[in-house]
Ligand binder design. Sequence first.
Ligand code: FES
Ligand code: FES
Length: 210
Amino acid sequence: MTTTEPAASLVSLHVNGATWQLTIDSRTTLLDALRETIGLTGSKKGCDHGQCGACTVLVDGRRANSCLLFAVAMEDAEITTIEGLAGPDGTLHPLQRAFVDRDALQCGYCTPGHVCSAAGMLGEAAAGWPSAVSPSLVPDGDGGEGDGHSAAVALDAAEVRERMSGNLCRCGAYVNIVAAILDAAPGGQAGGGGGAGGRAEGAGGRGGRA
Ligand code: FES
Ligand code: FES
């Protein structure tokens, strides 16, 4: 009788400014590597199928469902989890502050994913990426058609709801979640500018769900 051991891989992951050398099953998802191997349990496993957004992290500044990524494919990426959004002194990211101030959660299970996704989303809007509810799908450059420079998208509740539609909240805390994100958006009550800020460098200028 023969047994077949799962193939193991040595992978170097860059997470929240630290580098981790891991020997893991080659099939390990980024989410499982973060939670089970590294011990960063802020990213949550909801569906494990890319449908709920609870596992959202930032990969090179772009929001991504970590349950759909293989850890071994993330060697050259800078990964930011909810644990890495606050400043080194513990100062909350504007989005984290806004979620607290707005009481934008009930059980809190979806909250890390919502905050990370919102951080990436604010970067997408700042870069001029349109959504399905934007008045125009053509980037509104300030130097004429094809200038390659997109004006930032002004966010309202409809834009936030559409852009955050990949993140589900089974508690139905959406009303306050939208309010918190608008607070953290440019011009919002929380001082805006949001983006990934903190240690999630790059999220302010690059968009798209990876
Ligand atoms: S756990 Fe990844 S999208 Fe649901
Ligand atoms: S606060 Fe419970 S799932 Fe969103």
